[in-house]
Design a protein around this ligand. Structure first.
Ligand code: GLC
Length: 729
């Protein structure tokens, strides 16, 4: 349709029809007998009949059959024949499930995020989905929060690059092309910083912290072309994001020139009342409309109050027409007016869902996303086929429930045991079941206590793999936890296994960093698997047997203890930083009973190779500034190293973080091979936001290159704006 045709269509709609177009409901809420996954409180909402024929979009319908049926019936009833927009949470895969985003962040490969998104778009588009509520761009620093699993981690740059890549993967170059879905980036803004890590809790940040740490990833997603934005549940500066004119109209629309639809989160318009930001539904509708929300998800205050708001002059019909135009333009760009069913096809579902090509991609990304945290040489496992066997136990030894949050209900993945049997002769594995882990939600988050005789079953095993972790239902939305240790009986299992003289390999399944310091001493190796998705067991078996050399690096810090949280690498220095060499033992920024440093820092990860860094060089030529380092694989095993480039601005008008990741590069090195890795230092890298404006200030900077955020080669350099005279910000 042309813009004129769309404008003409809008002018022919009543206010009630416009209000309905600006409403998104699950099918059952507007008269369709189609049960879809519930992703929020079930309010039993049933829209009034005068609106149901004109509803604009559908939440979480996930099959071609249902979508075709609903779209057909809707178009028969809608007087204007405006096609429904189908949206769903396709966050890390649809039928082929990829590792959780926090894990994909550990691959430090934006290409992985792009490819996973592209495959998710293919698989979900043939099931009738037009828009996905992803990527989640929220920066996260608190593993007590259940949704850290959905983020790409604690660093603004890594988040930005992964989110931008995901948007490209979902959308491709043309939305109306086959197998493309629009990306709705979420949750705007700063949902990842709730006080106490408690779900939906208050977020209170300075503007400078918001701009420098939390906004970059949303901005990157928008610059990559994300077509929609979802508001967050939380408050920012004591105003719920869904009613924040500053966040939506000012920062999003005016400063970042975003002109696509803004959708509320699930009933977050209605929840303005609970927040104490609106007296009733009328005021909630008024405030969110004025803030710039175009689509109300899973509540109906726009339908209930729009006519009155316009009659009272609180909201103008021009504002409403602009909102409806943004929605119809997105439908038009997806080609829905010409083909309301787009890619929906049961035949295509059968051929595309879980195809071997998609599974292979999931396996590859899963093995690149796991992080080797400890290895006393016990990995990769080697077995001579002699009588000795390899023990395998723990609640995740043969569990298929390793997909993580935001994966459709009854789907499962390849269990670890099945994967290992594909790499190790079955007779060489001694699998002993120890019972399943319960969920906190069920009130029993533990495995049964293993009895003394249990350990005797491993008498012919020198090495035992313990697959432990947390129940996947205890992560994701609504999954905040105040305690992050492994359950008591899992800790006992690991300790007793070690005390019984076994070499213990811990494989950790979790949606967040767990507090593993208490059991770390009993483990000879620790592999953080996260929730690896459909191909979990096959990918882990490749890592455990050495068919693939681990290359993951942490996208989020592992706290020494929950008492340290928030603990993250890009913290501020304070006026009394605790230094290794400081003699003052009291008046420094420290804990009396715990180190400041996390157990494992951002960017950390081991491999079966060993990499040395040397020869940090900074070249200051007339037209560019570059930093380079020599990386040598001093082992005889080919491996992949993620070379990380950090800076520290040593003195500025705002204090700047102790370190900031500004680039990274993955290099493959054969045994004994060396490579020089170079990074161009740009003005953009050294600039920061102050009072909403990006600025550069001359001064001393630390240039740091290394294997993680704590181990780098450093050089101090005075850099002036003159240095970048040809660059513009
Ligand atoms: C949920 C989540 C959001 C999701 C939406 C629709 O409450 O906060 O991420 O996209 O509802 O399912």
């Amino acid at each position: 349709m042309t813009q004129d045709q769309i404008m003409k269509l809008i002018s022919s709609m009543t206010l009630e029809e416009k209000a309905a177009q600006m409403t998104q409901l699950a099918p059952v809420n507007f008269g369709f007998n189609c049960v879809t996954p519930l992703t929020g409180p079930d309010s039993g909402l049933r829209i009034r009949p005068e609106f149901s024929a004109s509803i604009g979009s559908v939440l979480n319908c996930g099959s071609a059959e249902d979508m075709i049926r609903i779209q057909k019936e809707h178009l028969e009833n809608d007087p204007h024949k405006i096609p429904l927009l189908f949206m769903a949470d396709v966050v890390h895969g649809f039928k082929t499930v990829f590792p959780i985003p926090l894990a994909v962040g550990c691959s430090f490969s934006p290409e992985n995020a792009r490819e996973a998104a592209q495959i998710a778009a293919e698989e979900s588009s043939v099931s009738g989905i037009h828009v996905t509520f992803a990527p989640m761009a929220d920066l996260v620093r608190d593993p007590r929060w259940g949704r850290v699993m959905e983020s790409f981690g604690e660093d603004p740059l890594l988040n930005s690059r992964m989110c931008a890549a995901a948007v490209k993967g979902y959308q491709g170059s043309k939305l109306s092309s086959p197998y493309r879905t629009a990306s709705c980036v979420k949750h705007f803004a700063a949902y990842g910083s709730p006080e106490g890590g408690r779900e939906y809790n208050t977020v209170d940040l300075s503007d400078n912290e918001l701009y420098n740490s939390y906004l970059p990833a949303y901005t990157a997603a928008l610059e990559a072309g994300a077509r929609m934005v979802m508001t967050a549940f939380n408050t920012v500066d004591l105003i719920p994001a869904t009613a924040s004119e500053k966040l939506i109209n000012d920062i999003l629309r005016k400063e970042r020139h975003f002109n696509g639809p803004v959708i509320s989160d699930y009933n977050s318009v209605g929840e303005l009342i609970e927040h104490g930001a609106a007296e009733n539904g009328y005021e909630a509708a008024c405030k969110s409309l004025k803030a710039g929300v175009d689509i109300e998800m899973m509540s109906s205050h726009f339908c209930a109050h729009l006519r009155e708001l316009v009659n009272n002059g609180q909201i103008t019909e021009q504002m409403i027409d602009k909102a409806v135009l943004r929605i119809l333009n997105l439908k038009n760009e997806l080609g829905l007016f010409e083909n309301p069913f787009k890619d929906a096809s049961r035949e295509a579902e059968a051929s595309i869902h879980l195809s071997e090509k998609n599974r292979e991609a999931a396996r590859r990304i899963a093995r690149e996303s796991a992080v080797l945290l400890k290895n006393n040489g016990v990995l990769p496992v080697s077995f001579s086929g002699a009588p000795e066997k390899i023990g395998l136990t723990g609640p995740f030894a043969s569990s298929p429930y390793i997909l993580g949050g935001w994966s459709a209900g009854n789907q499962t993945g390849i269990p670890l045991y099945e994967g290992l049997c594909g790499r190790i002769p079955r007779e060489c594995i001694r699998l002993e079941d120890c019972g399943q882990i319960g969920s906190c939600l069920e009130g029993n988050p533990d495995i049964p206590a293993p009895d003394a005789s249990f350990y005797a079953r491993f008498k012919d095993c020198g090495t035992v793999i313990v697959a432990a972790g947390e129940h996947q239902e205890d992560t994701g939305e609504g999954g905040s936890k105040a305690f992050l240790r492994l359950s008591p009986n899992q800790e006992k299992l690991i300790q007793q296994m070690s005390h019984s003289g076994k070499r213990v390999i811990l494989i950790l399944f979790s949606g967040r960093p767990l507090e593993i310091a208490p059991i770390e001493p009993y483990c000879d190796a620790i592999l953080q698997a996260w929730f690896p998705g459909t191909e979990s067991g096959n990918a882990l078996a490749e890592l455990i047997t050495g068919a693939y050399n681990p290359s993951g690096r942490l996208s989020i810090s592992f706290p020494y203890t929950v008492g340290q949280i928030p603990v993250y690498y890009n913290h501020y220095q304070t006026g009394r930083p605790k230094r290794q060499e400081s003699t003052d033992t009291r008046y420094v920024s420290r804990y009396l009973d715990c180190p400041n440093e996390p157990l494992y820092c951002f960017g950390y990860g081991l491999s079966y190779s060993e990499f040395h860094y040397s020869n940090l060089q900074i070249r200051n030529s007339s037209h560019s500034l570059t930093a380079s380092v020599t990386v040598t694989n001093v082992s005889d095993i080919t491996g992949c190293e993620t070379v990380q480039f950090y800076i520290r601005d040593l003195s500025a008008s705002l204090v700047r973080p102790a370190a900031e990741l500004k680039d990274f590069s993955k290099v493959h090195l054969t045994g004994g091979e060396s490579k020089t890795v170079s990074f161009t230092i740009t003005k953009e890298m050294l600039s920061f936001y102050k009072d909403g404006r990006k600025i550069f200030e001359d001064g001393y900077f630390l240039i740091m290159i290394g294997k993680n955020s704590a181990v780098t080669l450093k050089q101090k350099l005075y850099i002036t704006e003159q240095q970048f005279k040809k660059e513009t910000l």
